[in-house]
Write a protein that binds this ligand. Structure first.
Ligand SMILES: [Zn+2]
Ligand SMILES: [Zn+2]
Length: 597
């Protein structure tokens, strides 16, 4: 267990990438003398820069841009910071309206104007740009870089502004690190959940329905519902009760929870026929509904902890630019539950919740996960409720629970909900991409807003503590994550088609159907490959569909009532009786095993 205080801005490669940015725009300026430099920040794994350019460029131009960049790097030019007056800055950048715009903005914020000068005035690569840094000392520190792609982007993201040319790139401190990163990008592309979702026919979207609103196809529905069945079975065993609540509510409920106004921008409003004055919302979260169920009767300490679960469907407005297949849709179903307990039970209950996460993630073979404790952003205190003592208490409880559970966590000074700190489980997929899957909270605020009380042993009425949890996240996001993690080769129990019977020739088709029927009796999902095609083609197709078992049947198998088993891993366990196969595969599936044989 370790605690690390992270500032997301503290990426050690940031100054180097910032420097590479200057190298890029200087090279661009030399190659396209008429362009106007706009701006560009370092981002997650690289950086981009926007140019106002009156001609189209494409990947095919990258080579000559990169070769000029390499010259600038070899020249090892220093970057020197200077603070200048707004007047001087305006004169210096008089011909660039974007820089003038930025200068006015800096001025209106009352901040210093800094420029970075690269190379001396005699240098062919001499350049001065408006920039607040930080940078590496000289261009030579950019040991490895690569231009990645080019795209259009509106100035300031506003479609009423001019469309600019944006170049995405990355830079590293060694060639080896760059190569590793490029390999990861390649692997990520291969595992892209939207691509695999299409190939395996898991989900789709329709323009007529709208962006961010996924349609689960039959095969994807199997994956989603198997996951949800597992969630429900597990919750049954862990002492949860299930509830079911409506998709919409009067405004009043969200006023009590104070999601209005804090969350209103992300909420869909519903027009009510017959009552123009009443405003309804689609629910962006289930919590307030569960609180109303808690409140629906008088509660005694004997009922606590009360674990209330629902696969609750929610709608949240996301900016079009943030949408990403089923990883970030606008409509999804959450593996949601709220645990109502006493203050004294709070830490142990959260330890139990962490254990539940561990149970799920271990069962899926996910090894690399930790918690980010998201606290308040000190510069935006108006976004949060103002009860300082309550914040302190909630932070203390959260930390104490994570310490007791012995789980690794990091503390970040941003990202808390308006009503309390959040504990986000971050999971890394097998190729190292990190996803926020499950959000948890120890909540002291909503019990007061909703007046959620119980009668204690001593006859006193006391506020409960509410714990929010969703270990399997939203089904959409979790399936999206699993697609990348398993590259579409889901564990047996989640595979939409678990086995495919492949007849050697048409004469074996009848036997193939018989095998299918036998296996279906064992609860297995089985298809018969009845297309007119060569065996090799059928095997290849089954392989592409990531079907765990290919069962080849010919004369011998028909006579022996057996199947010749081939796994999608290309292992060949050989010929087994239909009965034995049904039992073996049936058991592995029921046990939700990660192995196929
Ligand atoms: Zn810079
Ligand atoms: Zn909640």
């Amino acid at each position: 267990m370790s605690k690390i205080n992270t500032e997301l801005k503290d990426d050690p490669l940031m100054p180097l990438r910032h420097t590479a940015e200057h190298v890029l725009h200087t090279a661009m300026q030399l190659l396209y003398p008429n362009l106007k430099k706009v701006m560009g920040p370092p981002i997650g794994n690289g950086f981009y820069f926007d140019f106002d350019l009156d001609q189209k460029i494409s990947d095919s131009d990258f080579e000559r841009i990169e070769s000029l960049m390499a010259e600038i790097i070899t020249a090892d030019l220093p970057l020197v910071k200077r603070i200048i007056s707004a007047e001087d800055a305006k004169e210096l950048f008089a011909s660039n309206p974007y820089k003038l715009d930025t200068i006015s903005e800096i001025e209106s914020r009352g901040e210093e104007i800094t420029v970075y000068e690269m190379g001396g005035e005699s240098s062919r690569f001499h350049d001065i740009d408006l920039c607040s840094g930080p940078h590496a000392e000289s261009t030579g520190s950019v040991k490895a870089f690569k231009l990645l792609s080019v795209a259009g982007a509106y100035y300031k993201g506003n479609e009423n502004n001019k469309m600019l040319t944006r170049i995405y790139a990355t830079a590293f401190d060694s060639q080896e690190n760059l190569t590793n990163h490029l390999e990861l990008l390649e692997e990520t592309k291969k595992r892209d959940h939207r691509k695999i979702g299409r190939e395996l026919e898991l989900f789709t979207f329709a323009e007529e329905i709208g962006p961010g609103l996924p349609l689960w196809l039959p095969k994807g529905t199997i994956v989603k519902e198997e996951l949800e069945r597992w969630g429900k079975e597990t919750e049954d065993k862990w002492g949860y009760v299930r509830v079911s609540t409506p998709i919409m509510t009067k405004r009043k409920l969200f006023e009590i929870s104070s999601h209005v106004p804090y969350f209103e921008d992300e909420m869909y409003k519903v027009q009510v026929p017959g009552d123009k004055d009443e405003e309804y919302f689609l629910k962006p979260m289930n919590c307030p509904f569960h609180h109303m169920i808690f409140k629906s009767k008088i509660r005694s300490y004997r009922e606590l902890p009360l674990r209330m679960a629902e696969y609750g469907t929610v709608a949240r407005y996301e900016n079009a630019g943030a949408l990403n297949g089923i990883l970030r849709p606008r409509y999804f179903v959450q593996n949601d539950a709220h645990v109502y307990c006493t203050q004294e039970q709070a830490i142990d209950m959260f330890v139990e919740i962490i254990d539940l996460h561990r149970f799920y993630y271990d069962a899926l073979g996910l090894k690399d996960y930790y918690i980010v404790l998201a606290l308040r952003d000190p510069s935006k205190l108006d976004k949060y409720h103002g009860n300082e003592e309550m914040w302190k208490k909630a932070e203390e409880l959260s930390k104490a629970a994570m310490d007791k559970a012995g789980i690794r966590y990091e503390v970040v000074n941003e990202g808390a909900a308006h009503y309390g700190p959040k504990m986000d489980f971050k999971i890394k997929s097998v190729i190292g991409n990190e996803y926020g899957i499950s959000t948890n909270q120890i909540d002291l605020y909503m019990p007061e807003r909703f007046d959620l009380k119980y009668t204690d042993k001593d006859g006193q009425e006391k506020y409960v503590v509410v714990q929010h949890r969703a270990p399997l996240g939203s089904s959409e996001r979790f399936v999206g994550f699993l697609i990348e993690h398993f590259a579409g080769a889901f564990p047996l129990w989640l595979s939409p088609v678990q086995a495919i019977v492949i007849p050697i020739s048409e004469t074996h088709l009848e036997y193939a159907y018989k095998v299918q029927k036998e296996l279906q009796k064992e609860g297995l999902r089985v298809e018969v490959s009845d297309r007119e095609d060569t065996m090799q083609a059928k095997i290849r197709q089954a392989q592409e569909q990531k079907i765990p078992y290919m069962l080849i049947v010919g004369d011998r198998e028909a006579k022996e009532e057996s199947v010749s088993v081939r796994l999608r891993t290309e292992e060949k366990p050989g010929t087994v009786s239909v009965k034995d196969f049904a039992q073996k595969a049936g058991k592995l599936s029921k046990d939700r095993s990660l192995t196929l044989w």
